[in-house]
Design a protein around this ligand. Sequence first.
Ligand code: DGY
Length: 318
Amino acid sequence: MKILVTSNLTEEILAPLRSAHEVVVNRNDFPLPRSEIIEKIRDKDGLLCSIVDRIDEELMSNAPNLKMIANIGVGYDNIKVPAASAREIKVSNTPGVLTDATADLAFALILSVARRLVEGDGRTRANKWGPWAPFVFLGTQVTGKTLGIIGLGQIGKAVASRAKGFRMPILYHNRNRIPENEELELGAKYVDLETLLRESDFVSLHVSLNDQSRSLIGTNEFELMKSSAFIINVARGPVIDENALVKALKEKKIAGAGLDVYEKEPQLAPGLAQLENTVLSPHMGSATVETRIAMAQLAVENLLAGLSGQRPPNCLNC
Ligand code: DGY
C-alpha cells in the first residue's frame, strides 16, 4: 500500500512501514504545505501525520483510497474524526507514552514562573543580579500551595502525583468525577470550576480541545482567580482566551502564567512576549528523545495495524 508520512522521522522508525509498503516522507522539519499534502495524499492508503497537520473533510475528499490516519500526538483536534468515520477511515492517536514528559513540563512551568527562574537566568547572564538582599527578587513558594487541575485524565493525574511530593492540596474539575479510591490516592478533591478558580494558587489545564473547552478560561475566569495565582497551560492554546490573559496579566488580576501552547501557534497574542510574569515555551511538552521516539513508534504501530485490517491499538473511531 502507499503511505504518506508528513514528519521527518528516522529510517529506523520508518523501517517497519518500508518493509511492507511504499512510503513517501517529508524530509523537512517544517510542516508540509497543505497544497502539497493534498497533492501527495491523492493515491495514498495510509497517512502518518502530526498535530501540526490539519486533516479535514476537504483533504479526505482528495484521498479516495485513504483507510487509516495515524496521528503523532495524543491531542487530535487537528483531525476531523467524524468526517473520517463517515468515510470509514480509521483514526488513531498516541496516548500514554507522553504522559510523564508532559506532566514534567507542566511542573517545570509551575516552578519556573513561581520562582522567576527565567528572569533570574537573564539577570545572571547579564551580570545584573545586584546584591543578595533579604527582600530583593523574591518569587512565590510552591510547596504547600493549592494546585487546581482542570481535566484529570492521564496527564492531569501525573501532575497531581508530582504535586504530592510538594505537599500541595489538590483540587480538580473534570467532566466526570474519578473513583473515590483514586481521589484518595492522589489526594485530589473534586470541586466545581468556580471553586477551583477561586481557591487555587496554581491552575493547571489538562483538557483536550473541543467545543466545550474552547475559551474555557477568559475574562470572567481570571476575575475569579486570586491575584496571587498562576495559570499553567500545556494542553491546547485555544482553551485560554489569550487576549484576555494578556489583559489579566497586565492588570495584575493574576500573578503570572506558564505557557507551552498558544491560541494561534506559533504566533503569540499581542503583548504576551513583553510580559515578565510569564514563562513561555514552544509547545515542547512531549519533546524528550525517549517520548518522541515512543510516540512515532506507536503511530507506526497503529498505522500498520489499521492498514492490515486489524483494530489499531489506539483507534479513536473503531
Ligand atoms: C500532543 O501529543 O497532543 C502534544 O501536544 C504534542 O506535544
